[in-house]
Design a protein around this ligand. Structure first.
Ligand code: UFG
Length: 315
């Protein structure tokens, strides 16, 4: 198929673009490089450097869109809510309008676990309440809501994938944020010597070791789900799927695994809680397994961390 991948110079978008090309699709990447990297755009993709509000020309001849271009930091979204509403909701509405003008009727959307907010139960299912606790989650939920309406009223075929904690690397494609807030890359930066220690944000949560528990899903498994989602886009329907491993690991467990993988002592300093962090976020991915046949393959935290470490240390 001829496909447009918005945000294809970012972490998840570049891995999906690479897998789509490997599967024989014709890919155009649209990215404004505000947080992405031009060298992350897979060779074999056509690259258009433009903001999401200017996707028009890049859509000509395109049969479906995979939409990643967005702001994605929870903390930043609380500091700069306008940026999140404008980019994530405003940008997506502009994209949907450009798609409608050109009769492009299929979209796979990069949604998030942050749409659920503080969960009532674990693991989280897609039917659980969505009560986001920050503008990032709220802006992504607003897009999910718009997609449902466009599906019913405009015949769009949409699939939203709600990611939990994406980690690992796919070959040389890895997480590279100018300001890194995510746990695994921050821990590994201690092992490379870029940081002296890692901060543990809170040890007084109601979990086994007092630190937060998250569901880490390998970026390669996550990316593969997008190819299944593309096949599952059906005009007039909006489907929503969680994407996680179904197993939670605490911050302390992540640091221990990083120590084993890197052979570095990785000093950890206990600090206060980070505002807005739920104690436990674990996905039920049963729905996507059942309906689309997706199954995570690189589920061990050791494998996920090793792949991230190999890509970071240039192995
Ligand atoms: N943490 C630390 N030290 C750090 C970084 C993180 O202790 O230096 C802790 C956090 O407090 C949290 C856990 O490690 O308990 C994971 O934090 P991340 O920042 O790696 O990831 P989040 O769980 O906060 O965020 C993820 C996705 C978001 C998504 C969110 C859903 O990255 O896009 O889950 O709540 F919105």
């Amino acid at each position: 198929m001829r496909l447009l991948v918005t945000g294809g110079a970012g972490y998840v978008g570049s891995v999906v673009a690479a897998q789509l090309i490997e599967a024989g699709h014709e890919v155009t990447v649209l990215d404004d490089l505000s947080t992405g990297h031009a060298d992350a755009v897979p060779s074999g993709a056509r690259f258009v450097e433009a903001p999401i509000t200017d996707a028009g020309g890049a859509l000509d001849g395109v049969e479906a869109v995979l939409h990643f271009a967005a702001k994605s930091l929870v903390g930043e979204s609380v500091q700069k809510p306008e940026l999140y509403w404008a980019n994530n909701l405003g940008g997506t509405l502009a994209l949907l309008e450009a798609m409608r003008e050109r009769d492009v009727r299929k979209i796979v959307f990069s949604s998030t676990a942050a749409t659920y907010g503080e969960p009532e139960r674990s693991p989280i299912q897609e039917s659980d309440p969505t009560r986001p606790t920050n503008p990032y989650g709220a802006s992504k939920l607003a897009v999910d809501t718009a997609l449902s309406a466009y599906a019913v009223l405009r015949g769009l075929g949409a699939v939203s994938l709600r990611y939990f904690n994406v980690a690992g690397a796919y070959g040389h494609y890895r997480e590279r944020h100018a300001v890194e807030t995510h746990l695994i890359p921050n821990v590994l930066k201690v092992a490379t010597g870029e940081r002296e220690s890692v901060s543990v944000f809170g040890t007084d949560y109601p979990t086994a070791d007092g630190t937060c528990v998250r569901d880490y899903v390998h970026v390669s498994d996550l990316a593969r789900a997008h190819l299944l989602a593309l096949d599952a886009c059906q005009e007039g329907e909006h489907k929503v799927y969680n994407l996680g491993n179904g197993t939670g690991f605490s911050v302390q467990e992540v640091i221990s695994v990083c120590r084993e993988v890197t052979g570095h002592e990785i000093p950890a300093v206990v600090g206060p809680r980070r505002a807005g962090d739920p104690a436990v976020l674990v996905a039920s991915s049963e729905k996507i397994q059942r309906e689309l046949g997706w199954k995570a393959e690189r589920t061990s935290l050791g494998d996920i961390v090793s792949d991230a470490w190999d890509a970071l240390s240039g192995k």
